[in-house]
Design a protein around this ligand. Structure first.
Ligand code: ZN
Length: 161
């Protein structure tokens, strides 16, 4: 178990395109475990490998209630999208900020699991948003470039006081 350092906006690693994963070796398993630890420690609902400085196409997501298994996606590809949702989004690499982003309300994604077996996952609402946001990271894209209007601080003046 290890918490990795989360790269923040301005770090060039976040704007690079990540590489496909060819083998699920011990190093990859350690990376997956560390990314889960790092995501939970930071109270995030998703984390992509470039956010911990590793340019590999790997994403972890947990938008579920406590006790459910997290979703691990290796080399994820969006196959289909449908509908639209507009709502607030944040990112562990852009601490203290939120912004409004329009995303598909439904996505169908193909990916590999830890055993390099292909699976399909469908998501709506928050899961669809998380899938789009995290897969964007693998292509060097940040939500801050897609926001409608200005980024806002997550704390209101009242909460800060
Ligand atoms: Zn993010």
């Amino acid at each position: 178990m290890a918490i990795r350092n989360i790269r923040e906006v301005g770090d060039s690693v976040l704007t690079k395109v990540s590489k496909e994963i060819k083998v699920a070796d011990r190093k990859l398993m350690v990376l997956i475990d560390d990314m889960l630890d790092t995501m939970y420690e930071a109270s995030g609902v998703g984390l992509a490998a470039p956010q911990v400085g590793v340019l590999k196409r790997l994403v972890v997501i947990d938008v579920s209630e406590e006790g459910d298994e997290p979703i691990i996606l290796i080399n994820p590809v969006i196959l289909e999208t449908d509908g639209e949702q507009t709502g607030d989004e944040g990112c562990l690499s852009v601490p203290g900020k939120i912004g409004t982003v329009t995303r598909p309300n439904y996505v169908k994604v193909k990916a590999l699991n830890e055993n390099m077996e292909e699976f399909i996952i469908e998501g709506t609402e928050l899961l669809a948003r998380a899938l789009c946001h995290e897969i964007d990271h693998l292509d060097g894209l940040l939500y801050v470039d897609k926001t409608i209007g200005e980024l806002r601080n997550t704390f209101t003046t009242e909460e800060v006081q």
